[in-house]
Structure formats: structure tokens, C-alpha cells
Design a protein around this ligand. Structure first.
Ligand SMILES: [Zn+2]
Length: 359
């Protein structure tokens, strides 16, 4: 499903787009991504606001549990006055208020085998996020991941230790959750029994959200099989790359040739935008300086119209489509982003004016 991004939304993601690693195409990719988050407890309550805030377009939250006063030290999206109300519904409301451009659905049923594996509606996700607090649900989500060929990003926290990993047992060489934990882990008891510092659950949830975004955006060395082992007491973080356990009871038979890495292509390349010098421009080209006014004041560029990148999406109707628009900034990063954004809105004549050759 293609869902466009409105000019006002582009403004919302301006700090993303200021990063060279995130292009307008990758922001659109986030908008078209559909995530299932199972569990809106300590992990989900921390991960979900950042995923919605980042611009994930569709989020389905499944949780049958209701808010309990003992949850509130770590599940900070809920209020004391909401005690007794369903968490999936409350979390969906919270995300809807945080980012109205994100379509959120609440499922208030328990994540049982029947609910997860026999519901056709639940086979269409791009990513499954496991924020559950018990091994049984984790195994079910792993099975769902293998059967529906959907990557699983699983997180768990126990006292000061946490694990976050990306599993894809449906791939020929891909590890599943069962490859890492063939048996019930010894420390698999949940926060209710073991106790947890609120921030440890929050950090684990944030790592899950961060890993999810890095995976979707192709940032860092994050692929299926990446597992982070986190200790929030010793502050030791280890990154492992997990291979398939060929004797795994869930995924060892999985070597389907058609199942390929889902997000291999998410290292999104910039569309072709020419980088020109001042001498390459024609007299009727419109130079747009997308730096902030204070930068322009300190180092003005001759004959340029100043429209800071954040406000560019709101000025589209003022810009001519028949003239070449040459965007310039300090290091050719914001100008590339602006040029990509203009292309998204149907401006075909755009280029980047190289700051080093702009005089
Ligand atoms: Zn496996």
C-alpha cells in the first residue's frame, strides 16, 4: 500500500532527514511499514512511542492485560487513573496522539496459538516485535515468524540483563529464536517474579526500537541474526552474529529458496541529483539556500533565496516547477535531502549547488 507523506509530515521528520543516512525514500519506507508489537508492557511501552514518533506508518498492538499500579514504575505511558484499563487500547490512544500520521490498531486478545497462527489477518506484517514477558509467547511468535517468513525482533529483560535480537529462521542460513534458546532459559522468569528496575525495562525496549529502525533503514551493521546482549549493571554490551542451528527443532528444515532477506534493499540510494558548481548554472536557475538564517547571515551565498530545510515543505506552492531549482547548504547534506524531497513532490528540475563551488 503506497501512502504518501504530506508536506507537514516532512517537517515533522526534518531532524531525521538532516542525517545523511536517512533519505526521503527511507522515510517513505518507514511510513509503508506495518509492525505487529505483541505486548504493551515494560518493553512495548518504551519501544512503541519511538517507533510511532519515527514515522512507522502502521502499528498493531496486541495485549490482553490491563494496567496495574505495580506496572507504572516502568510502563510510563500509562497513568494511575487508567488502572484496570486494557493496555493495547491505551497504548494505541497514546500513539495516535503522539503521531496522528501513524495508523494504530489495538488487539485486546491474548497472544495464543489460535490468535497468532490461525488468524489470516495476522499474516501481513513486515515485522513482528516481541515485547512479551514469557517464553511460551516468544516461542509462538518465533513459529509465526518462520511460518509467515517475517523477521522477528525479540526483546527480553530480567533484572539488569537484557537481550534484543533479530531472527529469521525461514532463511536458509537464518537463525530463529529457538536456535538461540533451544530450551527454556533459566532466567526466563518475568518482571513480576524477579523484579526489575524500571529503567532497565525501558532501556531494553529502547534498544528494541533502535534496532528495529536501524534494520529498516539499513543503518549500521544490523541484519537478521544480530543479537545484543546487554547488562545494565556492568554496562557491558555485546553484539553477536548468530548462525542457524542445523539441528533446531523449529527452523532446521527451513531452506526455502524464495525466502530472501526482506530488507536487503533498504540501504536506500539517493535518486540521481546532479551536483553542480556556480559556473554550471544558467541565469534563470533559482538558487535556494536551505541553511538556517543565522548561517546565511554569517556566510551569505550570492543571489540565493533562503528557505531553511524545515520550512521547505511548506513553501512548495511558492516554487516554480518550470525552472531549475539549485539547492545549497553548508556540506551538501541538507541540500541533497531537500532536492530528494522536492522530487517526491513532483519537482523534476532540481540539482544541488556544491557549497565549495557556490561563490
Ligand atoms: Zn532455529
Amino acid at each position: 500500500m503506497d501512502k504518501g507523506i504530506t508536506p507537514r509530515e516532512w517537517q515533522r521528520y526534518e531532524r531525521h532527514l538532516a542525517l545523511p543516512e536517512i533519505t526521503p525514500t527511507s522515510q517513505k519506507h518507514l511510513k509503508q511499514t506495518h509492525i505487529l508489537m505483541v505486548g504493551a508492557g515494560g518493553l512495548g511501552a518504551a519501544a512503541l512511542p519511538y517507533l510511532a514518533g519515527a514515522g512507522i506508518g502502521y502499528i498493531t498492538i496486541m495485549d490482553d492485560d490491563s494496567v496495574d499500579p505495580t506496572n507504572l514504575h516502568r510502563q510510563t505511558i500509562y497513568k494511575e487513573s487508567e488502572t484496570g484499563q486494557n493496555k493495547a487500547t491505551l497504548a494505541a490512544d497514546y500513539l495516535g496522539n503522539l503521531n496522528p500520521h501513524c495508523e494504530v490498531t489495538a488487539l485486546t486478545e491474548r497472544a495464543t496459538q489460535e490468535a497468532l497462527l490461525q488468524n489470516e489477518e495476522l499474516t501481513k506484517f513486515d515485522l513482528i516485535l516481541d515485547g512479551s514477558d514469557n517464553f511460551e509467547t516468544k516461542l509462538l511468535l518465533n513459529k509465526m515468524s518462520v511460518e509467515t517468513k517475517t523477521p522477528l525482533i525479540s526483546a527480553s529483560v530480567n533484572r539488569f540483563e537484557a537481550m534484543v535480537g533479530i531472527f529469521a529462521g525461514y532463511l536458509q542460513d537464518g537463525a530463529c529464536y529457538n536456535c538461540l534458546f533451544p530450551e527454556t532459559p533459566q532466567n526466563s522468569c518475568n518482571c513480576n517474579e524477579a523484579g526489575v528496575l524500571g529503567t532497565a525495562a525501558g532501556l531494553a525496549g529502547l534498544y528494541q526500537a533502535h534496532l528495529t529502525l536501524c534494520y529498516l533503514l539499513g543503518i549500521g551493521e544490523v541484519t537478521t541474526g544480530t543479537v545484543l546482549s546487554l547488562n545494565f549493571e556492568t554496562f557491558r554490551i555485546q553484539k553477536l552474529q548468530l548462525g542457524k542451528d542445523t539441528s533446531c527443532r523449529t527452523c532446521s528444515g527451513q531452506n526455502s529458496q524464495d525466502a530472501t532477506e526482506r530488507y536487503e534493499t533498504t540501504k536506500i540510494q539517493n535518486e540521481e541529483v546532479a551536483l553542480l558548481g556556480r559556473s554550471d548554472l544558467e541565469p534563470d536557475h533559482l538558487i535556494i539556500d536551505v541553511r538556517e538564517p543565522y548561517e546565511v547571515e554569517a556566510d551569505p551565498i550570492r543571489a540565493a533565496l533562503n528557505i531553511p530545510l524545515a520550512t521547505l515543505p511548506l513553501k512548495l506552492s511558492d516554487l516554480p516547477k518550470d525552472k531549475m531549482l539549485a539547492l545549497v547548504c553548508a556540506a551538501n547534506v541538507r541540500s541533497y535531502t531537500g532536492a530528494q524531497m522536492l522530487k517526491e513532490f513532483g519537482f523534476d528540475n532540481v540539482c544541488v549547488l556544491d557549497k565549495a563551488r557556490a561563490a
